[in-house]
Design a protein around this ligand. Structure first.
Ligand SMILES: C[S@@+](CC[C@H](N)C(=O)[O-])C[C@H]1O[C@@H](n2cnc3c(N)ncnc32)[C@H](O)[C@@H]1O
Length: 440
């Protein structure tokens, strides 16, 4: 007999009987109920367990400001009191577990996907330097944006801003210079409007598709499905090139697994969409240069808000990450890289004011892009730029403060900075990121 008191309990419940699974599930259900009673804050409107840092408290404060008429936060008991539209709060808020005793949409996302950020299609592809969707949602709330607003992300990458806006039923425009970023973002956009039958592929179908892709003979009448399979393939071969961990599953096994993951993401999303009566909208995705913002006449004073993060150029090799994909697509990586912020001109290797010339070039481009952002925002429009300070050759590069300065020089009024520590970040050069909030 085991020394652990819990085992006899399981035995009494019939763990060894033929009804093992059913009984086990009952035990865990009971357990979860009791566990929740013990760990959840007491109250009707309570913090989500994912609120872990003081920055999260700041973010909650920010979004309640945009979503309620008045509110008070009790950080010790992890509860909130508010007045205003509770249904809107429940559907929008990113930091609360429950509103007036009912689980929020965000809690349903976290529960369904088992993750606070990988819900809907946010985790479709492991793009480097990706936003936390929760932060985007918070900023949309904080800025008081509605279904009639228009959001821009001029460094949209894999489209976290535009995807989150689409999930919230808000129109947006996303610009990025990289074909891979644009391809992934467009996919996230289109997958929201697919039908269950679009995902009907047997394992044999998938094996045949994988073979076709490898022989460069893959095509499908539906462009979204065609690109989805390609993106899953790129993710598969990249995972294989990086680690031997997946060898046992084989390329085919991993390809099928990744496809099924996307299919499940779709199915879960449709359940939540129905449950909360969500209306998705499509974003407008452009492969273009953020430095052109000043020149696009039709964009002048068109946007209500910009939520963006320029490339952390000195820490992250955005294009290199997708080397295999670019090779497959026959795209010239050098040409793509040359359009990157700070990479336009071939520069002398000298230093200017103690900083490498390439850092100066990067700052010049960053400044130009911020001037462009000023140009396209409506008067009173809101700007959130998320930046981190990286280290080049052992020297810290003062990007956060420079960015704030460029915003002010462009004409913005600086409102607030929230420093969000990246706990457990792999890249130790970036300890955290700052959210710089400004108004035109
Ligand atoms: C920090 S990442 C943004 C990631 C994005 N927030 C996401 O969640 O996927 C910065 C992006 O800026 C893009 N970029 C770099 N130079 C650009 C330029 N001149 N115009 C537009 N986008 C550019 C890069 O391709 C990269 O995707």
């Amino acid at each position: 007999m085991s020394k652990l008191g819990i085992l006899p309990l399981f035995e009494q419940q019939g763990v060894k009987s033929s009804k093992q699974v059913e009984d086990y599930e009952k035990i865990i259900e009971e357990y979860s109920k009791e566990f929740r009673k013990l760990v959840l804050p007491k109250g009707d409107t309570i913090f989500g367990f994912w609120m872990q840092t003081l920055a999260d408290l700041d973010l909650l404060d920010l979004e309640l400001g945009g979503l309620t008429d008045s509110y008070t936060i009790d950080p010790i008991h992890r509860t909130v009191k508010f007045s205003g539209n509770s249904e809107k709060l429940r559907k929008r808020v990113a930091h609360l577990e429950k509103v007036n005793g009912q689980t929020t949409l965000y809690t349903d996302f976290v529960d369904a996907y088992g993750d606070t950020n990988a819900y809907a299609f946010h985790n479709l592809y492991p793009y480097k330097g990706k936003f936390y969707p929760r932060v985007v949602r918070t900023l949309i709330n904080a800025f008081g944006l509605t279904e009639n607003s228009l959001i821009l992300d001029p460094f949209n990458g894999s489209g976290t801003t535009t995807h989150e806006a689409s999930l919230m039923g808000i129109q947006s425009v996303g610009i990025d210079i990289t074909p891979m970023g644009v391809m992934i973002t467009k996919l996230k956009n289109e997958l929201l409007f697919k039908k269950p039958k679009d995902f009907e592929f047997s394992n044999d179908d998938l094996i045949a598709i994988l073979n076709d892709i490898e022989r460069k003979q893959w095509s499908h009448e539906d462009e979204t499905i065609q690109n989805l399979m390609l993106v899953i393939y790129f993710d598969t071969i990249d995972a294989f090139a990086r680690t031997s961990r997946y060898k046992s599953r084989g390329k085919t096994g991993l390809f099928i697994e990744k496809f099924n993951y996307v299919k499940q993401c779709y199915e879960k999303l449709m359940v939540i969409k129905e449950m909360h009566g969500l209306e998705f909208v499509k974003a407008n995705i452009l492969e273009d240069d953020a430095l052109r913002l000043r020149d696009i006449e039709e964009f002048k004073e068109k946007f209500d808000a910009i939520i963006t993060s320029p490339p952390y150029y000195f820490s992250i090799d955005y294009v290199g990450k997708d080397k295999l994909a670019y090779e497959y697509l026959g795209l010239d990586m050098k040409k793509i890289e040359s359009k990157y912020l700070g990479m336009k001109n071939s520069l002398p290797k000298k230093k200017i004011g103690g900083l490498p010339a390439k850092v100066i070039q990067y700052y010049e481009d960053l400044k130009t892009s911020i001037e462009g952002m000023y140009n396209v925002l409506k008067p009173g429009g809101k700007l959130a730029i998320i930046v981190g300070d990286s280290t080049v050759s052992g020297k810290k590069i003062p990007t956060t403060v420079m960015t704030k300065r460029f915003c002010e020089e462009a004409g913005f009024t600086f409102k607030k900075l929230i420093f969000n520590p990246l706990l457990g970040a792999r890249n130790r050069a970036i300890r955290g990121e700052s959210i710089i909030i400004c108004e035109k």
